[in-house]
Design a protein around this ligand. Sequence first.
Ligand code: FAD
Length: 315
Amino acid sequence: MRDVVVIGGGLTGLSACYQLEKLGLRYTVIELKRRFGGAISSKSENGFIMDGSGFAFSSLAAEPWLPELGLSDQVLPLDGDVFIFRCGTESLIRALAGTLPGGRLMRMAVSSLGTCQRRFTICLENGLMLDAGALILAVPARYAARMLYNLAPAAAERLQGYRYECLWQAALGFHKRDLPPSLPAASFAFLYMTDHPARVPDSDHRLIQLALPAPADTPSADIIHAASDRLGARAAPIAACAAAVDEALSIYADDHFANMRLVRALLPAGVSLVGSDFLLEPPGQPGLSQIAERLDAGRRAANDARLFLKRRKST
Ligand SMILES: Cc1cc2nc3c(=O)[nH]c(=O)nc-3n(C[C@H](O)[C@H](O)[C@H](O)COP(=O)(O)OP(=O)(O)OC[C@H]3O[C@@H](n4cnc5c(N)ncnc54)[C@H](O)[C@@H]3O)c2cc1C
């Protein structure tokens, strides 16, 4: 009998699975796409290793799982307490996913959740149905809202009010001679760069990771062109990729944290809602602290599931 179903195989969901594995609980993770990682992906091109979203992280040096995942020497200092991954952030996803012998259902979408005889029921869009003692929802709010419509309608209604903005993340690899001496960081939502030999072909090159808001249907070539122009680059990048990622705006609104507490109170016991859309307090360091926070949230959700199952058993 399955103890827990984790919905969403991004960083938060995988972190929950890893902790469930350590706790000895039986779980299944359901992921919509053919790959784990959600917003996080990395790719190499012409000697550059580029990240699709999360690139630079604070508080990572203190992350307790890095040594056991064999990643201690994969973390490189960028600036002060800010770190990057030697082979791209996807190495963290690969390391976590590689340790999970538990069940996984890929390319499957959860359509609705319910209860039956003190267990949760999980209906997939292809008609398959699973059941579990506890649930961990590690998906963005707009997907969680749809799933929760039957199980917790009042919580679902509040989650539907989330607003999203499309943020494009671009990774651009340049020869240094084609870049101006100082880069206009203020023109972007954020901008980081590295010359570390692990991430660029040689010391004459620089990798720039930046984000800018733009409509989701903008062609990626236009984003790369606009970002290069705004940087003041004298030539086109040697390597480039750009991806659109939806960023929930609600976490920047004053009433978000109170609203989230209310949403959590409206959920049935045994259901956890985790991920960047569901923070209960402002992010430690906006844009940078999120990886450590996602790992921690996944861990806590797994621990809460164990506690809930233990209590349930004794009643
Ligand atoms: C442009 C950008 C740049 C960023 N840069 C940084 C950075 O430099 N440093 C940092 O610390 N953080 C950064 N972040 C934040 C960080 O990438 C995210 O906080 C983190 O990856 C979120 O992980 P998650 O698992 O909570 O959510 P997601 O990555 O969104 O994962 C959710 C998963 O759920 C799946 N899913 C959705 N619906 C369903 C369904 N119905 N059924 C089953 N599965 C479903 C999705 O396919 C996805 O895999 C950045 C974010 C953005 C948008």
